[in-house]
Design a protein around this ligand. Structure first.
Ligand code: F6R
Length: 615
């Protein structure tokens, strides 16, 4: 939530910060702003709207000068999205300026104290409180900007990634993080800061990822000086070599990131199992599991926590783990798990699934499980993310950067990793027959080419989208391994086209949702050959006898459903546990085409943000 970018160096900061903000717009896009310092003036330009709107305002004001700049793209938490609540925020003296991603929870009492001391506030934000608190410390304690930031942050409760600039200390930028990500790009005679490394990968491949509770003074003279927020003790920064490249974060000829990412799935799945799956040798190598195999073998229970699409991947994993590893699995919304009083035992394993690795609720669930002695295994996509660091062990998904707000390749690669984990454990445990194990390993190698075949049906799917784009509602049904796919299909449609959609286990339809069926109701039914096929066919008949419209996702060559359904989309045959990797693809494309036809902003749907770092 919210993207922050900054530059300090010898070049013009404006184009660097603006381009960086565009790359971070997936994090929030209801308002944007930039502060530039040209050696004399510190000028803030900000507006409600997207970074493109900010560019227009900056052009009108002709305010693009300076070799120090900080910028922000916002996902509103405190105060509605408007010009005034947009970041950056000045302090009362207008000497200091701040950008902030996160929430200062105790901003109200802090604000009251500051008001009592004569401070005035223009915005409704917690951020304006923080910058004035820093100014207040600076004035009263007569300490450096760095020290003032440290003292002020120690008075706050909440989460933040911030960058602060003082026009009287024109050679330095102070940054700090607690609970929200912050990367520093280290170039030659220039430094960058950003919520992730994408804004600076064309300038440098050296990055420092601040740890929670760390701050840094960044200056051209001294470089990056990292210290602990708590006590100011110096920390040796670790400079990491970045592996992402520019191509990965650009659209590469596709109209939208979402479409590009849907089409990247064959590669992303291959990248995810490459080096891990040695089908001919009958081996799965996963360091995170290999090193902790006893814990998995002795686990009484696996608890999976995640949110949104990652939670759906967790549900698929529940079926796969229970089927093969024979370990009881519970799948929980991280936000619910953390706020009840869950029973967690020392021999429980908590698997946290998160594309971004920054989701606040998932992070909090991990901390709770760790406090209660559970072993925590993270399945994340973003390398070096907070959740991957907080976990005892883990496995990355290697999907590459996912920029479209609607998750696509993250889902299929999460299922890939989780399936590999389940099979690796099952083999060691002896809970899977040898022949079945080998069969599954070889079949997994076929999945990418089968996904390619599903993608070839894009034109058919686009026609289905045309037929149903004006629907107000849509039902998704699936059974077994494909029940979570029904949920995921419904979520995809809701979030990018704003059409109301519900996912159900197909057999549940008769317990209520069937009342919704009439000639206006499209029902997407996942009816692949394996997995209670006959029962699902009966469900389709029930829908048709109530005049509902059926879009069947079927196995290649299916005749029965073809005769009953209004439309069918075929997927190649595969082993049942892997069907979600194929049946998900048409549902992603269907949502995509409907949203495009409705003229919606596919990559940046309203009210959403890619990385949900608030609770
Ligand atoms: C849906 C979507 C969200 C995320 C959820 C969790 O398309 O993207 O539902 O899946 O916010 O995010 P991560 O996986 O980053 O923890």
């Amino acid at each position: 939530m919210c993207g922050i970018v900054g530059y300090i160096g010898l070049k013009d900061a404006y184009p660097i910060v603006i381009k960086g903000l565009k790359r971070l717009e997936y994090r929030g896009y209801d308002s944007a702003g930039i502060a530039l310092f040209d050696g004399n003036n510190l000028e803030v330009t900000k507006t409600k709207g997207k970074v493109a709107d900010l560019e227009r305002v900056a052009l009108e004001k002709n305010s693009k000068k300076g070799s120090i700049g900080i910028g922000h793209t916002r996902w509103a938490t405190h105060g509605v999205p408007n010009d005034v609540n947009s970041h950056p925020h000045y302090s009362n003296s207008e000497n200091l300026v701040i950008i902030h991603n996160g929430i200062i929870e105790n901003y109200e009492p802090l604000k009251k104290e500051l008001v009592a001391r004569g401070y005035e506030f223009k915005s409704d934000t917690d951020t304006e409180v923080l910058i004035n608190l820093i100014e207040d410390v600076q004035i009263n304690e007569k300490v450096s900007l760095e020290k003032s930031v440290q003292i002020a942050l120690n008075q706050t409760i909440g989460a933040y990634a911030i960058a602060v600039f003082d026009k009287r200390q024109e050679d330095e930028l102070i940054v700090a993080r607690l609970g929200s990500p912050l990367a520093i790009g280290v170039g030659e005679n220039e430094f960058f800061i950003a919520s992730d490394a994408s804004p600076f990968i064309e300038y440098t491949s050296d990055a420092i990822y601040l740890e929670d509770g760390e701050m840094a003074k960044i200056s051209l003279n001294e470089g990056v000086v990292v210290s602990k927020i708590k006590d100011g003790v110096a920390v040796d920064p670790y400079i990491q070599k970045l592996k992402i490249n520019l191509e990965q974060i650009e659209k590469g000829g596709f109209d939208h990131f979402m479409l590009k990412e849907i089409y990247e799935q064959p590669h992303a799945i291959t990248d995810t199992y490459r080096g891990r799956l040695l089908a001919n040798e009958g081996v799965i190598k996963m360091a995170g599991i290999d090193d902790n195999i006893d814990k998995f073998l002795n686990a009484k229970r696996i608890i999976i926590v995640a949110c949104g699409t990652s939670w759906h991947a967790g549900l698929v994993a529940e079926y796969i783990f229970e089927e093969f590893s024979r370990i009881p699995v519970e799948v929980e919304y991280a936000s619910e798990f953390r706020y009840r009083n869950p029973i967690i035992n020392k021999d429980d394993i908590l698997i946290a699934i998160s594309q971004s690795g920054e989701t606040a609720d998932t992070m909090a669930a991990i901390k709770l499980a760790k406090q209660r002695g559970a072993f925590v295994f993270g399945v994340c996509n973003v390398v070096g993310s907070s959740i991957s660091r907080e976990s005892h062990a883990g496995a990355y998904t290697h999907a590459g950067p996912e920029i479209g707000v609607a998750s696509t390749k993250a889902f299929t690669t999460q299922i890939t990793v989780l399936a590999l984990m389940a099979l690796r454990i099952a083999k060691q445990k002896g809970s899977i027959a040898n022949s079945q194990y080998h069969y599954l390993l070889h079949e997994m190698e076929q999945i990418p080419s089968k996904v390619e075949k599903v993608l070839e049906q894009n034109d058919t799917i686009e026609k289905v989208a045309e037929a149903y784009k004006d629907s107000d509602n849509c039902l998704y049904l699936g059974r077994g391994f494909n029940f979570p796919v029904a949920l995921e299909g419904a979520l995809k449609l809701k979030e990018i086209s704003y059409i109301h959609a519900e996912g159900y286990p197909a057999a549940e339809m008769k317990h209520g949702p069937i009342a919704l069926i009439d000639e206006q109701m499209p029902v997407v039914v996942i009816a692949t050959k394996k997995g209670h096929y006959e029962k699902v066919v009966s469900n389709i008949q029930e829908i048709k006898s109530r005049k509902g419209k059926v879009i069947g996702v079927v196995t290649e060559g299916d005749i029965t459903v073809k005769e009953l359904a209004d439309h069918v989309i075929e997927v190649p045959e595969t082993l049942e546990p892997f069907t979600p990797l194929l049946t998900t693809i048409p549902l992603q494309l269907l949502s995509y085409h409907i949203a495009v036809k409705l003229g919606k902003n596919v990559d940046q749907p309203r009210n959403l943000a890619k990385s949900v770092t608030v609770e």
